[in-house]
Design a protein. Structure first.
Length: 254
């Protein structure tokens, strides 16, 4: 009596090389078929909803790939269907929700470049999309590899970050846009130069002439084009140091 051999069960999985992916960019779909039976063969059909968009033959490892750049803007429900073979039953992967987004660009500007240490500089990033659909999400501002701040885009697609904390020297400032359901990630950079501030020092005395033995207050004022100066002032008489004081204090010398 002839006895029909029972097919081994199979399970199929589906993964995408990027999600979200950008309109017009190659997207690779990878299907894998697992089964307790050996020597799995056959093919995979890749579907977008109910529409077949491609097919591929399984390799010796039970894997098939298909690359497409034709998916349109928006959400897509993708599945992979294994055809089965003589010894293995067919199977269908869980649905994969793939989002196809538009490409975006980011512009980055500085309110003052070069600028002086201690002076506030405002960096503004503007994300631009297609037509009237304005990008949403956030922008991360970084100094080299160091994140400085993450700011949400406003209704016009812009985000600003002010800082006066950059040290003297050159800084590569980068604005990285996170992307959203409609737009891809994007980034832009500029080199911000921070220059040393100039200072001007004045000195006044509480009395001139002064009476010997009477306290004399010497007041030094330090002005700067780079914000409020900090540190110490050294008072000298000829070449001899007569005292030091922290800025915002005066030295009384008898």
């Amino acid at each position: 009596m002839y006895k029909r051999q029972q097919q081994a069960p199979s399970t199929t999985s589906l993964a995408a090389s990027a999600n979200p992916s950008t309109v017009g960019q190659p997207l690779t779909l990878t299907a894998g078929v697992a089964s307790p039976g050996i020597g799995i063969t056959g093919s995979i059909s890749f579907l977008d909803g109910a529409v077949t968009i491609g097919s591929a033959t399984l390799n010796a490892s039970g894997v098939a790939t298909f690359t497409t750049s034709s998916l349109s803007f928006g959400a897509h429900t993708l599945i992979a269907i294994y055809s089965g073979d003589t010894n293995h039953a067919n199977s269908t992967s869980p649905a994969l929700s793939e989002q196809i987004v538009q490409a975006s660009t980011v512009g980055l500007t500085s309110s003052l470049n070069p600028s002086t240490t201690g002076i506030n500089v405002v960096f503004t990033a503007t994300a631009t999309g297609v037509g009237s659909l304005i990008p949403t999400g956030s922008v991360t501002f970084s100094d080299g590899a160091t994140p400085l701040a993450t700011v949400s885009l406003n209704a016009a697609g812009s985000a600003s970050f002010p800082t006066s904390a950059l040290a003297v020297g050159s800084h590569t400032i980068t604005a990285s846009y996170t992307g959203d359901r409609n737009y891809s990630t994007a980034a832009s950079s500029l080199v911000q130069t921070i220059q040393s501030a100039n200072t001007n020092v004045t000195l006044t005395a509480s009395a001139n002439p002064a009476i010997y033995g009477t306290p004399l207050a010497l007041t030094s004022t330090v002005s700067s084009n780079g914000g409020t100066a900090t540190g110490n002032v050294t008072f000298t008489d000829g070449g001899a140091t007569i005292g030091t004081a922290v800025l915002n204090l005066s030295l009384i010398h008898i």
